[in-house]
Design a protein around this ligand. Sequence first.
Ligand SMILES: CC(C)(COP(=O)(O)OP(=O)(O)OC[C@H]1O[C@@H](n2cnc3c(N)ncnc32)[C@H](O)[C@@H]1O)[C@@H](O)C(=O)NCCC(=O)NCCS
Ligand SMILES: Nc1ncnc2c1ncn2[C@@H]1O[C@H](COP(=O)(O)OP(=O)(O)OP(=O)(O)O)[C@@H](O)[C@H]1O
Length: 233
Amino acid sequence: MQSRMFLVGLSGGIASGKSTVVAVFRELGCAVIDADVIARQVVQPHFLAYQQIVHYFGTEILLESGEINREALGNMIFSHPEKRQVLNSITHPEIQKEMLKQIFKYFVLGYRYVILDIPLLFEANKLTKFMKHTILVYCDPQTQLSRLMKRNRLSQSEAEARIASQLPLDEKCKLATHVIDNSRDWESTRRHVLKLHGQLEDSMDFLLVRLAAVTALAGIGGAVYFLLRHFVS
Ligand SMILES: CC(C)(COP(=O)(O)OP(=O)(O)OC[C@H]1O[C@@H](n2cnc3c(N)ncnc32)[C@H](O)[C@@H]1O)[C@@H](O)C(=O)NCCC(=O)NCCS
Ligand SMILES: Nc1ncnc2c1ncn2[C@@H]1O[C@H](COP(=O)(O)OP(=O)(O)OP(=O)(O)O)[C@@H](O)[C@H]1O
């Protein structure tokens, strides 16, 4: 097991391309934790968040199977900021607990860094202080809108409401340590991810070099102390 590990936060806007970028990092063997996947797990029936959601939003947001109707809940929260706030306050603590467990798992497995894909990373800015790097997956506003409308089959006003529920991408760009522009074709995004992956691996080497230097200095200090104690009276 390695002794030092660091966290890399990855974020973006709705439909800006986080999953697309993360797929390349996974292909390169990186450990990735996806907050959207965890957000789906923690609202399964019998989980605490599920019970709280049904209690607040009512049984009309349930499918016949008893599972949460995500489309209905999405329509409700993206057009009502106060309802969105309630859903966030129910789900976010559960998501964070599960993320911590998974970070620990990757630490035990010996990974030197873990990429945390968190859509609301910069909105909940208290998380960024734990991260050595933050990556923002950007795409220009028109491309974001059209990709979101196409993928989720939304009208323009529905898609705009979802985009408006998050900090503007231009603002997030200023807060990130790295920006990947996903406005163009897949291949140009892929090239950018490969380059950034190289930088993350290099910063890992730098950590190892620092660790080696500190160990060497401690060894030299110990040797000097030993010589002084035994040969200088
Ligand atoms: C509202 C829900 C039911 C919609 O589900 P749906 O399957 O349609 O979308 P999915 O979960 O795949 O999210 C897609 C994207 O929507 C955006 N989004 C999701 N929740 C929120 C939110 N509370 N505020 C702003 N944007 C959000 C993110 O960019 C996310 O990547 C779902 O997103 C949810 O439960 N959200 C609350 C939990 C949360 O904040 N998740 C974001 C990760 S921390
Ligand atoms: N470079 C690209 N060229 C064309 N289409 C793209 C590109 N990148 C992503 N897309 C498409 O845009 C949509 C959004 O991409 P993706 O799902 O990766 O975004 P996301 O940020 O993970 O979204 P969300 O946060 O809403 O889940 C998808 O339908 C995807 O296929």
